[in-house]
Design a protein around this ligand. Structure first.
Ligand code: NDP
Ligand code: OXD
Length: 314
């Protein structure tokens, strides 16, 4: 008998159906169903659930649930919704997601490196003016967070010839990257980087981390790319730093409220590029293959994949 694996979600119907089809195709050894299709008598056979924006009350229906596999890489929401550590959380670690994020980091770093905001504004005013172009090697890019996504992004930037710095909680060794850790390391990175790329998880220690103090420590005229979570950057402090031109430009893909409300002034800010949380969209096919491998391996060996730490929040 195939292990019954509920897919518990808060997605719209079309997205839920598309995910269910992709998950079933990737995991023929599992009996994956919407939670509502699992009969009461079957519920105590469930050990693992696949979740995407799940309502914790729906998971409470499975008394022998041991772990949940999230379809997302970020876990701040699921940690908030499931504070009880009786059920372990496995987040999505998909090599394709790393490649997609690395591509986005390179694309938007090049956007800033090649002064696209400046030339875009010039075009609007029909101004023909050329600016000096530093080489990639003369441009220092600081990547905050050297995990699955940060490391691949840093490596991609190195391959493109940039001078790359990286910062993480524990000391990391990434080929070609000058790495830092700890509070002092953050200040040292901030003082040197021309572009800071944020790829940290949202945790009690990182929420509000990029505040007036951090922004003031940044190199004058540097820019910021936030592809992680909106609450890591203090919005009003960033606006003040942009206003004073200490920070030149911010590319923001993530916000404390998403979708960003239509009347939010960030939409019209000339020094801000707004993106609708698209830097690394989850690919249903590759993510489903990762999820299938994790769950099938668990039923074959009894070994759970690496779980999220409730202590560190990631
Ligand atoms: P990982 O957990 O693999 O890596 C997190 C990195 O951040 C690690 O290097 C970790 O340090 C570092 N870190 C965590 N806390 C601190 C701290 N207090 N001080 C310094 N460094 C810290 O996460 P991923 O790389 O997979 O993902 C990062 C985030 O990207 C996700 O949490 C999610 O919010 C966001 N994301 C955004 C997407 C988008 O489309 N915009 C798509 C997917 C994810 P250490 O190495 O020492 O553990
Ligand atoms: C994620 C995201 O966490 O898309 O996977 O932000």
């Amino acid at each position: 008998m195939k292990p019954i694996t509920p897919f518990v979600h808060g997605l719209n119907d079309a997205a839920a159906q598309a995910w269910l089809a992709a998950l079933r195709q990737a995991a023929p050894g599992l009996d994956i169903r919407f939670a509502t299709e699992i009969a009461p008598a079957e519920r105590d056979r469930v050990e693992v659930a696949i979740v995407a924006n799940a309502d914790p009350a729906d998971l409470a229906a499975f008394p022998r649930l041991k772990w949940v596999q999230s379809l997302w890489a970020g876990v701040e929401r699921i940690l908030r919704d499931m504070p009880d550590d009786a059920v372990q959380i496995v987040r999505l670690v998909d090599p394709q997601l790393g490649e997609t994020m690395a591509e986005a980091v390179l694309a938007w770093t090049l956007f800033l490196h090649r002064a696209m905001p400046v030339y875009g504004a010039q075009q609007a005013r029909r101004v023909w003016q050329q600016h000096d172009l530093p080489t990639a090697a003369e441009r220092r890019i600081g990547v905050l967070g050297l995990g699955h996504l940060g490391q691949k992004s840093a490596e991609r930037l190195v391959r493109n010839g940039f001078d790359v710095l990286g910062w993480s909680r524990t000391a990391r060794d990434v080929p070609g990257v000058t790495t830092f850790s700890g509070a002092e390391g953050l200040s040292r990175l901030a003082a040197q980087a021309d572009i800071v790329v944020v790829l940290l998880p949202s945790t009690p220690l990182t929420r509000g981390l990029l505040d007036a103090r951090f922004l003031a420590a940044m190199k004058p005229g540097a820019s910021l790319i936030n592809f992680a979570r909106g609450d890591i950057v203090v919005r009003d402090d960033l606006l003040a730093a942009l206003e004073s031109r200490h920070v030149d430009h911010a590319v923001l893909d993530v916000f404390t409220t998403e979708p960003l409300p239509a009347d939010d002034p960030l939409w019209d800010h000339r020094q801000i590029t707004v993106l609708p949380h698209i830097s690394a969209p989850t690919n249903r096919r590759t993510a489903s293959a990762v999820v299938a491998d994790n769950i099938e391996a668990y039923f074959a060996t009894g070994r759970m994949p690496a779980t999220v730490s409730r202590e560190t929040g990631y």
